[in-house]
Design a protein around this ligand. Sequence first.
Ligand SMILES: NC(=O)c1ccc[n+]([C@@H]2O[C@H](COP(=O)([O-])OP(=O)(O)OC[C@H]3O[C@@H](n4cnc5c(N)ncnc54)[C@H](OP(=O)(O)O)[C@@H]3O)[C@@H](O)[C@H]2O)c1
Length: 243
Amino acid sequence: MQLLILGANSDVAEAVARKFAQEEKANIYLASRDLGLLEKQARDLEIRAQVKAQALSFDALDYAAHAAFYQSLDPKPDGVLVAFGYLGDQPRAQEDFAEARRIIDTNFLGAVSILEIVAQDFARRGHGFIVGLSSVAGERGRQSNYIYGAAKGALSIYLGGLRNRLHQHGVRVLTVLPGFIRTKMTEHLDLPEKLLAEPAEVAADIYAAYKKGKDIIYTKWLWRWIMAIIKAIPETVFKRLKL
Ligand SMILES: NC(=O)c1ccc[n+]([C@@H]2O[C@H](COP(=O)([O-])OP(=O)(O)OC[C@H]3O[C@@H](n4cnc5c(N)ncnc54)[C@H](OP(=O)(O)O)[C@@H]3O)[C@@H](O)[C@H]2O)c1
């Protein structure tokens, strides 16, 4: 198996790379912006899991370069993980459109741009799987992070449509809806310890969902129930909550 990981310097992506290398002996393309870090990760994977790992330069925001980036891959991947993401700063995004735009462009448009290219190739080959890291933040708009939430909500809808389109071609799309994960993205936040997942736990959930051919997963699993409750709160009540 050849796996392409986009945003491979993400802590979750690193754990997923390790999991697929160990369990599937997958060879891995590690693609992101910080090539130095990727090279270290690639050497580590090769030594520990005895697989081939290659570091590649990829910027989710450089849409014009995506087709050439994908074209350059030889062999073509059997699976793609979209892990890049940008939490951003909600109060800043309310005052500075550039910040709002960076959040939307990174989490949503970057994924659309590269995944349409991947989808075309996978559909033609009648083969492949796509895993997209979205978020429970995309399930309901909240004052504390609605720009990021809107971008992830759009990503979830997009992944749903892509799954619907690619099903007839034998290509699977897995939407991952994490709650809180202990990574560099959240290290500045004060989050409830009981709800925090470790990257390795999320990677194990993703791998299990891949093996079972699931469409959508929450990780940790209890977020399914937390979000069911949050989504059931009437808007007239919800708008008064400081969430
Ligand atoms: N942590 C959480 O609690 C949480 C919860 C729900 C969903 N998620 C989602 O899960 C995914 C992984 O999150 P994480 O916590 O592992 O994040 P992380 O450790 O902060 O990593 C995010 C990665 O995204 C990459 N990235 C950002 N902008 C990019 C761009 N323009 N082009 C290419 N790469 C870019 C960065 O790569 P470089 O280092 O190469 O710049 C960074 O390593 C993200 O999509 C995130 O939104 C996270």
